[in-house]
Design a protein around this ligand. Sequence first.
Ligand code: GLA
Length: 663
Amino acid sequence: MNKFLPPYLGAAYYPEAWERTELEKDISRMKELGVNVVRIAEFAWIFMEPEEGKYDFEWLHRAVRALGDAGIAVVICTPTATPPAWLTKKYPEVLAAMPTGQKFVHGARRHYCPNSPVYREFSNRIITHLAREFGKYPQVVAWQLDNEFSCHINACYCEICEREFRQFLRKIYRTVENLNQCWGTGLWSIKFNSFDEIPLPKPAPAMHHPSLIFYFKYFMSHSFSDYAREQVRIIRKYSGAPITTNGMPPWHELDYEDLFSNLDFASNDLYYPPAELWKWCPELDWMRPIKKKPYWVMETSATGAGGLIPAAVFVHNPGAIRAKCWLAYALGGEAVLFWLWRAHWSGQEMEHGSLVYAWGEPTLAEKEFRQVSKEIEKTRDFLISTKPEKPLVGIHFSYPALWLFNMGHLVPNFNYINSWHENYYRILLDAGISRDVLYPDSDIMDYKVVLSPFMAIVPKRTRNKMYEFVRNGGLWIIGPMSAFRNEHATAFKEGAYGPLEKIIGAHIRHRFQAPPGGMKINLAGYKNASCSLWCDAFIPEKGTKVIASYADGPAKGMAAIVERKTGKGKIIVLGTHLNREVLSGWLVKEIKKYASVEPEGGKGIIVVKRIGEKRSLEGIIAVDIAGKGGGIALEKEGIELLTGKRAGKVFSLPPYGVAVVKL
Ligand code: GLA
């Protein structure tokens, strides 16, 4: 019988950093605390290949065997985030370069170029050995590629990347004339005579051409995903265990829709401070639908987070560690791992929080870790046999939009991630509307409502899908600041939203930035409506309804929000960004017309309906992530599985409380 089954709770472990005699002690402490999974080997290349072509896996076999014997599952990581000194010294071309062209030096991490053929060659060799040696252990339940692709540096400006970038563009545009035409490079006499003249966006007196910057971001993102695909191909030859990589929240610009397309399950590292636990939700909400499989939280901090990120020193209030673990399980996760098991006694991250101090005693996280470990054991059957109910509402997040907005100069101080988080996503969360975070290529036909705020580029495929979705009865709420660039990152010549104007049944007649104090909006039922950021003013076609108009400013009287029925469904276009209070009231009301979603928990309490194999409602998991506690109303009474007591239809959670109710 397989004894290495989820749900998992564990940590990252670096046995290579300790004397051999510590292994047994560490494993017995792990058992004592309730660890049932360990992630291992992630930065250990120098221990695996101390010299070029000389391999040593004995230490790792010993650790993997001992962990397995203790009933602890293992995730093996490829060590490619930290090339050893012999490699970078002998083959300096593997080092990544800064925008100035200067190469990074050995001594930190992630200093390799993902496009270097020499690096790929050495990486392929070490991964081949690793996968061959460890591919068949039953305790190896998963593989993790590299570590946080694109963390610290998300671009390399070396000569190899320059060459590859040109190749990448050649594949997309075929001829340089076509590229010049699509990018409109005549301006500023940028026009290229051949692909070889195309530069990387290295330092220049003024901004580079936006299409060049945009495609360079696309190229670098593609480079990391391509490198991940190469690693996957090797591991699959030797192991049937599922493969993932540990992601991060989106600011690093690596397109996860692409990166995870070839991986088996999603995983993520979440270091939001306890006061911002709600920011875990969008991360869990993209990981659940992307592979339609239970996701993992691969790293979170056990006590403080320090070391590399001194600004994020924080303390968990009592209950917060338990609450964050349960949040991850509730929304569809099957594993939570802390970073790290035992604090480092040396190196860059000695002050980072951990489960055990460097001297071997448990940290302040001990009590709640033990508790969660017992609780997931107790509720194992429920957790495994049920999954979160599929949300009826989806919200698009787009990496191409992130690339574009990160290039700046559109609206002063606009931050795509923050605006997306704090407004559209948070409104759904606070209203108790369960939601999936979708990417431009996600399947959307099973939803009732899809929101696409700040989706700067709506690619043709997405546009066609969304049109189909609406005709079939869906509600698509698009904007503000969406669909205003085409796939070349240039403006549409035929109208502000290009081909989308036909679908929305309105012409964008004016566009301007909202004045700093905002402008008033006429929106029935909302006296205090105002807008900010960006204003598109519409001329509706016949059959298009005006939902709101500008009450003052240069487009006074013109439509600011329009609605168009199409087939069985409807499109609503927000030409501007409504003030938070009004946006929230209006949005939730509109969504509820399409998707009967009743909020159940109070603000800050996440209530997840859990569905059984026969699609019936089996229970709920409720977690207070705001630390304030509050009431919950259920459809019927049930049994609270953690206490074994009856749960009434109405009950309350204490601050950071958790309830697992079988209905
Ligand atoms: C990242 C890395 C870890 C560690 C932590 C510290 O998530 O993957 O190796 O550096 O940050 O918070």
